[in-house]
Design a protein around this ligand. Structure first.
Ligand code: C2E
Ligand code: CA
Ligand code: CA
Ligand code: CA
Length: 275
């Protein structure tokens, strides 16, 4: 706890000051970096677990800052959100990713992550569809990932966005499922195409906790609603073997490869004959 006692003071002050300085550096860096195109898409393989076949990629943002080095999205996305620059940042990344993905084999999909803040914009779906049509990338190969936590905020808005996107053939996945305490009847009433089990449940499948039962329950729930399921965070063979017991699933994780930039992804696809 942040007390006001002298001891706490001595302990906290230097850290708070450096936190503050770091924050300012992030804000300035983000503003500049946007203008200089320093934010780039990385791609993580998505796999049909049964056959091991590559089905597509999830785009994950990276920031190559000249000052700070490579920064992960968990650091810069919340700051970009606070600065109200998230939509601009996201649009820049999506344009790049659609451009990259157009080169890939015609069966491969592209998944993108959308911040809850972007869903507050009543024109979100229209804007995204416009970017999509300008890119020439086929809508049915795009997958929009929305986190479970978005559902609390404005379910009616989320519903209308889902409907607009789906009308154009875009798929929508519910991301980080199991972490957001959704209302199950509300979930059933929203037309998601896929359900992504949060990594925290999946990585523990190798261990001794109850997450096996948890993952089993989530899979059963998704199936009962007719939704294909993606397991995130498949890190090793043990986890994969556990998942195999649950039937047909998709998956992604470090076992299949770490997120890679456009050039490395392209090179990989070329070697696999999927370009
Ligand atoms: P997410 O959508 O749940 O993405 C999965 C995260 O787990 C990624 O971290 C990925 O690198 C990591 N990961 C993948 N496989 C494994 C694994 O086997 N083990 C472990 N330990 N981790 C794994 P990353 O790239 O740092 O992204 C973190 C979060 O940032 C994402 O979580 C997503 O919510 C958000 N994010 C990323 N890119 C964007 C973006 O362009 N826009 C928005 N709004 N959010 C983004
Ligand atoms: Ca995601
Ligand atoms: Ca996720
Ligand atoms: Ca996550």
């Amino acid at each position: 706890a942040k007390g006001r006692g002298r001891n706490c003071h001595v302990w906290f002050e230097p850290r708070m000051e450096s936190d503050f300085r770091f924050r300012r550096e992030l804000e300035n860096g983000i503003r500049e970096g946007l203008g200089r195109g320093e934010f780039v898409p990385y791609y993580e393989r998505q796999i049909a677990l049964g056959s091991g076949e590559l089905t597509g990629f999830e785009m994950l943002a990276r920031w190559h800052s000249p000052k700070l080095g490579t920064v992960l999205p968990e650091v810069f996305i919340p700051v970009a959100e606070d600065m109200e620059l998230i939509s601009e940042l996201s649009e820049q990344l999506i344009r790049r990713a659609l451009d990259d993905a157009k080169e890939w084999d015609a069966n491969l999909s592209l998944a993108i992550n959308i911040s809850p803040l972007q869903l507050r914009d009543p024109w979100f779906a229209q804007k995204l569809l416009k970017i999509l049509s300008e890119s020439g990338f086929p809508p049915h190969r795009l997958d929009v990932e929305i986190t479970e936590s978005c559902l609390h905020e404005n379910p009616a808005m989320v519903r209308s966005i889902l409907v607009s996107l789906k009308n154009q053939g875009v798929r929508v996945s519910l991301d980080d499922f199991g972490t957001g305490y959704s209302n199950l009847s509300q979930l059933r009433s929203l037309p998601f195409d896929r359900l992504k089990i949060d990594r925290s449940f999946v990585t523990e499948l190798g261990g001794e906790s109850d997450s096996g039962a948890m993952v089993g329950a989530i899979v059963a729930l998704g199936r009962s609603m007719g939704m294909p399921i993606v397991a995130e965070g498949v890190e090793n063979e043990t986890v994969l073997a556990q998942l195999a017991k649950l039937g047909e699933l998709e998956g992604q994780g470090y076992f299949y490869g770490h997120p890679a930039d456009a050039a490395a992804t392209r090179e990989m696809l070329r070697k696999e004959g999927r370009l």
